[in-house]
Write a protein that binds this ligand. Sequence first.
Ligand SMILES: NC(=O)OP(=O)(O)O
Length: 309
Amino acid sequence: MSKRIVLALGGNALGKGLEKQMQAVRTTAQAIADLIEAGHELVITHGNGPQVGMIHQAFEAAAHSSEQYSVLPMSVCVALSQGYIGYDLQNVLRETLLKRGIKKNVVSLITQVRVDEQDPAFKMPDKPIGSFLSEEVARKLIQQNVVVKEDSGRGWRRVIASPEPKEIIEIEAVKSLLDAGQVPVTVGGGGIPVVAEGDHLKGVSAVIDKDRASAVLARDIDADMLVILTAVEKVAVNFNTPQQKWLDRMTPEEARRYIAEGQFAPGSMLPKVEAALAFAESRPGRQALITLLERAGDGINGRTGTIIG
Ligand SMILES: NC(=O)OP(=O)(O)O
């Protein structure tokens, strides 16, 4: 049965760096084309952690080299990341679909997402962006008042505020594209974070979690399913212990209990399970799926992955 699906692409669907991203997007496009060919109506969202950090750092270096350039506000960096990643996705997916005889526009929408200026996240930056840094580089950045954190023994990364997404500003445009049979790429990098000042939307320094924004999007376009693609086929409890157990399904009650037990790592599986739970609970009958990109088709058909709902 065909479904309306929001497909949230994780880091490994995009690769790191220009060339690796182009290679990864080719594989990603094949998996997405399989779903379109199977008759599903898709909206594609994606992360931007490595890319937005790279863009910010590049403009910072440029600003140090010449007075003509300035450091870009993070909201503008998110907008640039939507264009950079969205262009690759729409270019490659269009071609992949054409080779299968499917003619559809794939359209990247520069998408703003409203957040609350009072969100406590602005006082506690915790979203890692950019590449891993050595301790030496991290200590230099700390002296320059840049917020960095050690990331699970893997190295240091810059961190930034990640407020809760409240509203997708361009939601009606997404619905229009879907109704016209096209494939929107939207809410890239969680959307450009903005706060409302009357009719004006002011960009703010933050990076919204793309899974949380995807859950809001999926709710507001009345999707049947939110598919969160990540680096593991299923969600596990007691991860990396002798008691590790892979989960085929979680009811909302079980998901809440596992979250309360601290089963999922913050900044990793926790926001994915929270986003999946928020969507599943937004209306009876809605389901979220967490799985690998290459198992998405099987997961949608109930053959693998972890279903929440
Ligand atoms: N914005 C966002 O959530 O990006 P990542 O998934 O790459 O961290």
